[in-house]
Every structure is written in C-alpha cells, then in structure tokens.
Design a protein around this ligand. Structure first.
Ligand code: PPE
Length: 307
C-alpha cells in the first residue's frame, strides 16, 4: 500500500488525501490519455532536502501534454512551486512525487472535446523500486514476449498513462515467470527499455545505451551520460541487439524510481561476473553523490527545500 500523506494538490488546492477523488466518467479512466511524471526528492548530507531535476521533469510533463494535445491550465513555474508546496505540506524530506494531468468528465467517446484538463500532485515515501538488495546485488531479467511500442502507434517520448498498459502486461509476465523485470525489444527486435527504466550495457570499458528511438528519454539516463563522460568514460547512444546484452561485461537499468539498478542475469545468462560491476558501481556512487548534494558541480540539478 502507498503510505498515505496528509494532502494531495488538486487543481490549485491542497486537499486532504481521502478527498482527492474523481468521477467514474473521468475521460482518462476510459481512454488512457493522461500524462504523468515520476520525480524523487532526497535528504542531503547537509540536512536539507532536494528535488532532483525538478525543472526538467516539469518540462517533460508539459511536452508530454503537448504531444497529447492537452493544455495544462497552469504554468511550468506554478507546477514546480506546487510540488515544493505539497512536499512541505506533507513534511516529506525524502520520497517520490507523482504529478498527473488527466482529462476530466464531460462528454464520453474518444473525442474528448472541451472536457477539463485536471492536475494532481501526490507524494509518498518510496524505497528501492526493485527491492533493497537490488541496488547492490543486481536483478534477474527476462526478455518480454511483448514488444515496446512502435513509434507510430504510441508517442513514445510522452509519458502517457496509456503507454503503460504495455508495461503492466510485460511486468506481470516477468514476475509470474520468476524474474524481477522485463526487457523489452522494439518492433525491429532491438533492445529498447524496461517497463519503467532505460538500459545501459558496458563492454571493454565503453558504455552503450539505446538511442532515442522507441524509448522514453529518461532524465536519469541523460544525467548518467553526463556523469559518465565526466568520469572519462566513452558513452555510445546506438541500437544494439539482445545478444550484445548477453555478451556485456556489465548492464544496468536507470530511472527515477529504479535509480541505478545492476542487472546480473538476462534470459538465464549471467551478465559479466553476475554481480554489480565496477563501472556500474562508479556511476551509482557518482549519481548518489549528486542526489545527496555532495557534488557542487551539479548543485544546479537540485531544487533545495526544507520541511
Ligand atoms: N522508461 C520508461 C518506460 C519509464 O517509465 C521511465 C520512468 C524511464 C524510462 C526512466 O525515465 P526517468 O525517470 O526520467 O529517468 N519510470 C517512472 C515510473 C515508474 C513506475 O512504476 O511508476 C519512474 O521511474 O518514476
């Protein structure tokens, strides 16, 4: 169960958690055209807190809305401020932030007409996405029988609610088959991403991640590319096949929720030494240092607040 907070921000007001309700004829509930974000905030070593890359997440929310022809009746600044306001109201020093814009009730049918665009911001504490041990020991992954969206079937650059039907199907299959996560291939058969994470592989010290084709342009992915280059690694953004993943020295998933999660096995094949590798560890350490406010060079990525 999600741990209840005091308030949810709902169309400009902080309302009690239990009162943040919608009508059953909410358009998005029927047809899936809504957009959302997943953002994390962390306690910093100096005792304050920080939201990681708040502006970039809010910008992506607005781009997702634009792609879906939804006009959010707030500015990006208003949403960023509302996120901080909600964190403070809920006294959340560290956790997860879920803004969601959806099409409200009005007319039914796939044409949403002038139905209102509504916005909520919820926050809750959320530990390690793939389990506490995953960050250190790595996870077991299975190639999904479900392909990731074709770029002309769903708009893959938008974080659209309906896109996640594909993720839920793949995740359920992976868990039922005894794995931790599903690896999804694109409709050409190349490695795409996971149900809620981007993927990286490392071979011979070179880091590789799929180019921005069928994948969501992850903010963690972008941050890790910058941090890896800072550490002197070469990062290649290109298509690769699943046998290249099988042959990798190391592999990991990245995402706001998943952070940097090592992959130790794919389709019964051990990846590298079958545990978190040295490059993955170096990137994890660099990432967490930034999140905790320990790397002044990337202080610009942190929206600081105190509860
Ligand atoms: N791909 C997908 C499909 C995806 O959902 C995410 C985030 C990413 C890549 C990584 O993007 P970014 O967080 O910007 O680095 N998935 C969010 C939702 C997870 C969920 O279960 O809900 C997240 O990590 O917050």
């Amino acid at each position: 169960m999600v741990q209840k907070a005091d308030k949810i921000w709902f169309d400009g007001q902080l309302v009690p958690w239990d009162e943040a309700q919608v009508h059953v004829l909410t358009h998005t509930l029927h047809y899936g055209v809504g957009v959302f974000e997943g953002i994390r905030c962390y306690t910093c070593t100096d005792g304050g807190s920080a939201v990681f890359r708040l502006e970039e997440h809010v910008e992506r929310l607005f781009l997702s809305a634009k792609i879906n022809e939804m006009v959010i009746p707030f500015t990006q600044d208003q949403i960023s401020q509302a996120i901080i306001e909600t964190l403070k109201a809920n006294k959340l020093a560290e956790g997860y932030i879920r803004p969601l814009c959806f099409i409200g009730a009005g007319i039914m049918g796939v044409y949403p007409g002038e139905n209102p665009i509504q916005t909520i911001i919820a926050t809750w504490p959320w530990g390690a996405y793939l389990g506490d041990e995953a960050l250190e020991k790595g996870i077991r992954v299975k190639t999904s029988t479900f392909a990731r969206h074709h770029v002309n079937v769903m708009m893959t650059k938008a974080k659209t609610c309906g896109n996640y039907v594909n993720s839920v199907l793949a995740k359920r299959e992976a868990i039922a088959d005894g794995y931790d996560e599903a690896l999804m291939l694109d409709t050409d058969g190349y490695v795409s991403e996971a149900t809620g994470e981007n993927i990286f592989i490392i071979r011979g010290g070179v880091i590789k991640t799929p180019s921005l084709g069928s994948i969501l342009g992850g903010i963690t992915r972008e941050s890790l590319i910058i941090l890896a280059e800072d550490l002197g690694y070469t990062v290649v953004e290109d298509r690769f096949t699943r046998d290249e993943l099988y042959s990798a020295d190391e592999a990991f998933f990245s995402g706001t929720a998943a952070e940097v999660t090592p992959i130790r096995e794919v389709d019964r094949r051990t990846i590298g030494a079958g545990r978190r590798g040295p490059v993955t560890k170096a990137l994890q350490d660099a990432y967490f240092k930034v999140l905790r406010g320990e790397n002044p060079k990337y202080g610009k990525w942190l929206a600081r607040y105190t509860i």
